[in-house]
Design a protein around this ligand. Sequence first.
Ligand code: BEZ
Ligand code: FE
Length: 300
Amino acid sequence: MTTHAPRPAPGSEQHSRETELVDRVTASFDHCPDPRLRELLSSLVRHLHACIREVRFTEEEWNRAIDFLTRCGHLTDDRRQEFILLSDVLGASMQTVTVNNEANGDATEATVFGPFFVENSPAVPLGGDISAGAPGEPCWVEGTVTDTTGTPLAGARIEVWEADDTGHYDVQYDDHRTAARGHLLSDAQGRFRFWAVTPTPYPIPHDGPVGELLEAVGRSPMRASHLHFKVTHEGCRTLVTHIFVRGDELLDSDAVFGVRESLVKGFEQQPAGTPTPDGRTVEGPWSRACFDIVLAPVPA
Ligand code: BEZ
Ligand code: FE
C-alpha cells in the first residue's frame, strides 16, 4: 500500500484564495429562480470543493477522474447504465433509498431497485410458480402483507423477480423468454405464497469502468443472494426491497450495500422427499422462506 506523508496545511494566503473561490461559485447560484435547484447546486459545489481541497487533487488525478466518467458515459445506453452502477457501488443509491424511506414503526425496510425490474410481469396465482423453467432449486415463499397497525392488506400487488442459479436474469437470456418473475395479489387475509428458485449469488456487470474501480480497490462485484420484491397497495408507501439468505457469506460484502439485517431470512433447506406445503411433487431438495411484509402509510 502506498502511504503519503501528511501534507502541510495551506498557508493563509492560499487558504483565502481557495475559500474565496468556493464563495464565488456558490454565490453564482444566488439568482437561480428555483430555490431547490439553488440548494442542490450550492451544496454540491461546497462538498466537491471540500473534497478537492481535502485530498489536494493533482491535475493528473482530476483528469483521470474526468476520463473515468467519460468512459462511463461512452458505455451507457438504453441497455447498460454505468452511472447507476457507479452510484450503486459508492453506496449513493442505497443512501438515497434510505433517505426516502424513513423508518416508520415496524415497516419493512427498503433496498436498491437494481436494473432488472420489468413492467407487465406475468400474473401468477397464489401458490403458482414464478420460475417458468428458470434453472435453480425450487423454493417455497410465503408471508403476509399488513399495514403498520397490523391490519392485513388484501389485494396488495406483489412483484417478485430474481436471477436463476447461473446468475442471470431473464432479460440477459438470448431468446427473450420471461422467467423468474411475476406478480401476485394478496388474499383477503393479506397472505401470499408462491414457488420460486432458491436465490444464489451473482456479479453486477463488471466489464466496464466500474468493474475496474472495484478491482483497483480490491472489492468483489458479487451481490449477496437475494429475491426482489416491489409491493404496492392504495394508501401505502410503495416498498421496493429484497430478502437475503441467512448464512450467505456475501452478506457483509454485498457490492451495492443493499443488505439490511431485518431483510435476512432463513431459507430452510428441505431434503429430497420432504412433503411440500401444497402437495406438489418436487424432485430433489427444496427450500422454504417466510417474509411478512409491513407497509408504511403514504407520507402526509
Ligand atoms: C440487482 O440486484 O439486480 C442489482 C442491483 C444493483 C446493481 C446491479 C444489480
Ligand atoms: Fe438482483
